[in-house]
Design a protein around this ligand. Sequence first.
Ligand SMILES: [Zn+2]
Length: 417
Amino acid sequence: MPLDFRIETTSGKARAGRLITPHAEIETPVFMPVGTLASVKAIPQDTLEELGAQIILGNTYHLYLRPGVETVRRMGGLHGFMSWRRAILTDSGGFQVFSLNELRKVNEEGVTFRSHLDGSSHFFSPESAMEAQIGLGADIIMAFDECTEYPADRERIRSSMELTARWAARSKKHFEEHKHEVPWVTGAGKNHVGTAAVGCAGERQLAGAAELRSAGQPGAAVPTQSEQTQSLFGIVQGGMDRELRRESAERTIEIGFPGYAIGGLSVGEPRELTREIVESTLEHLPADKPRYLMGVGTPEEIVEYANLGVDMMDCVLPTRAARHGLLFTSEGKVSIKQARYAQDPNPLDPNCGCQVCQRYSRAYLRHLYASNEVLAQILNTIHNLSFYLDTMRRVRHSIRLGEECGFLTSVWSRPKP
Ligand SMILES: [Zn+2]
């Protein structure tokens, strides 16, 4: 079994459960920090582990261009290359090709696009996107889809949704034929110095993982067995049209995947519409499979979507906002660049237990940011990720207690002082 998903408690529409992947056991609902280029920007892997990140994302488009799939594969896949023993999910490259490339050309076969690095021409198809993701070796990989632009008319949404359905079937066919080529099954990179070092670290972590598991801690690495393979998730498209979303869900379920994602949202539509489409699409997804909402959202949104029954979410917001001095706290947003914090001796968030809030003042964080110190990016990112991961921890706790997890929504909707 490449993937095992168990729902342990429900509260309303919300579900708390466990997703067991080849590299780690994950408590859901889960927030997945984004590590575009095999790096969650500004954060070393050991800090991610301390923060309790159970699974992180890699972006196939970026990794394909640099350092290249073959390099990563030879290093034992992303796990070996970046020395990360917990779970990883990669996107198919589709979304990035569509959002970053104005010069893309789409046909039935796939997408031709130009590299944003050097302008060179490349081609992605469902087959090549699978090949790239198998080489990168994440635990969970995504079908190649077309992210429909917003706004779009019904005819355009329909043809795009149908193309995604055909590409999903091709993605699955190629994956089934090649899934045993994943680097941690073939043993690629075993003789590498870097990967050997990972092995030692991994053994240490596996020893620790038993203790973590017995203490009920999430994210603990589980031993990789040779018969284990990746899991391919299908993606539901259909723009902002509820009927086409339903049809997309049905067609994707008919192909059959161990998990389903809702894609094509957060593309410029109003937030109420995002929520409406998420809620109506969830009704058509199988209750016993993990549901992944791609690319959302703010702290109050991730709570809201977990309440609606979403199990997995990712977003660049906490890391990207941190690098721009925008920090999320239990009392609302803080723009640390503001002069009002220049002599503020208080912690960033008095209710946050992260290492930054335990040690540093707002005045110091403001100074670091104003002086363009590298440490500003590191500390701000540690806090924001900690805030997101803690928020999800609290959501899971609320679901297990059978409570509505509205704590953040009420704080965040209050007018700013
Ligand atoms: Zn903090």
